[in-house]
Write a protein that binds this ligand. Structure first.
Ligand code: ATP
Length: 327
């Protein structure tokens, strides 16, 4: 059976982008593959050097994972920092990762631009830590959103490079995976690129109805199409992209036709979109509340997951050390 690995940083609550870009795939994959899903707390230090109460942030994501339907009986669910072997593999991978290729990574350039006062080495070596996360379980498939494509290319490169340098076939080349074929990118409501936990432009799974309505009604629009069948400007396309994932096909087609006939009223579209998002989020929100109310249970789930993940990581690291030449 093929192995799957993926993780999410505990930098805030899960949002629609995380759900449709990553978690939705996790849910199906846990029935079909050997799955490892983790909470990437080390990764969060690259952008959030003082992550406040890390334990609470991690519990929050864990409650949300479970509320979405991740099942610890089917998948190994764990916290990255519980598996110290990942840090050791990260160290070895860094020895064969070159400054030029790391500096050229788009995510590095973007993050460096956003936090010019904190261009840290962790930010630069994000792709090697991500590669270590994945290959520590010798994974074949990685369900991630479109934003991670280049980092996945780097992970494949580092896996291949390790195999070549140490004359082994230890690591398979991990492939990005999405059931829809190509990865999805859920836009932010501010019309500027992707929805992100740290971007302040997200609709969270835990948001209540009033909050969702307020956020959607505030989304940027324009004065409407003046010619039939015209290409949608980005801010409008963004609303349709959201509608495509949360609304019925009939609803989507109805508003699309209105747009194409220059009859669209964005207020109506936003109202409908808000109601469909509320219908999607509210059962998840209820389950999040239930899981969050029982932190002991969450800690137990994390401890059991860590044990299983560690066994897999320890087995890989034994091979890695032998290949490099350590005793
Ligand atoms: P941050 O804003 O703190 O960087 P994030 O919301 O981008 O956080 P990550 O933890 O970096 O989330 O990513 C978790 C997973 O969710 C990844 O697989 C990523 O591809 C996916 N993802 C994040 N945002 C989106 C989005 N807007 N559309 C689709 N997938 C997304």
């Amino acid at each position: 059976m093929e192995t799957v690995v993926s993780g999410i940083r505990p930098t805030g609550n899960l949002h629609l982008g995380n759900y449709f870009g990553a978690v939705k795939n996790f849910l199906k994959m846990q029935d079909e593959y050997k799955c490892f899903f983790f909470i990437a707390d080390w990764h969060s230090l690259t952008t959030h050097p003082h992550p406040g109460n890390v334990v609470e942030n991690v519990r929050k994501i864990l409650a949300e994972y479970l509320a979405c339907g991740l099942n610890p009986e089917k998948a190994t669910i764990y916290v990255q920092s519980d598996i110290k072997e990942i840090a050791e593999l990260y160290l070895y991978l860094n020895m064969n990762a070159y400054l030029g290729e790391l500096e050229r990574t788009t995510t590095f350039k973007e993050k460096a631009r956003k936090q010019p006062d904190n261009v840290n080495a962790g930010l630069l070596t994000y792709p090697t830590l991500m590669a270590a996360d994945i290959i520590i379980h010798r994974a074949h498939k990685v369900p991630v959103g479109k934003d991670q494509e280049q980092n996945m290319e780097m992970a494949r490169k580092f896996a291949r490079r390790f195999n070549t340098i140490y004359g082994s076939e230890l690591f398979p080349e991990p492939a990005s995976f999405s059931y829809t074929g190509e990865g999805i990118k859920i836009p932010g409501l501010d019309g500027s690129g992707k929805m992100g936990k740290s971007e302040g432009n997200a609709i969270y799974l835990v948001d209540d109805a009033a909050t969702i309505r307020k956020k959607v009604m505030k989304a940027v629009t324009d004065s409407g199409p003046t010619e039939p069948n015209s290409v949608k400007p980005e801010v409008i396309q963004n609303l349709f992209t959201l509608m495509d994932v949360v609304s019925s096909k009939d609803t989507y087609d109805y508003f699309n036709e209105k747009y194409n006939n220059c009859e669209i009223r964005y207020g109506d579209l936003k109202k409908q979109l808000a109601e469909d998002i509320i219908n999607f989020c509210s059962p998840i929100r209820e389950r999040i509340m239930e899981y969050a109310a029982n932190p002991d249970n969450l800690d137990k789930v994390a401890a059991a997951g860590a044990e299983k993940a560690r066994a897999s990581a320890v087995a890989t690291m034994k091979e890695v050390r032998k290949l490099i030449g350590f005793r």
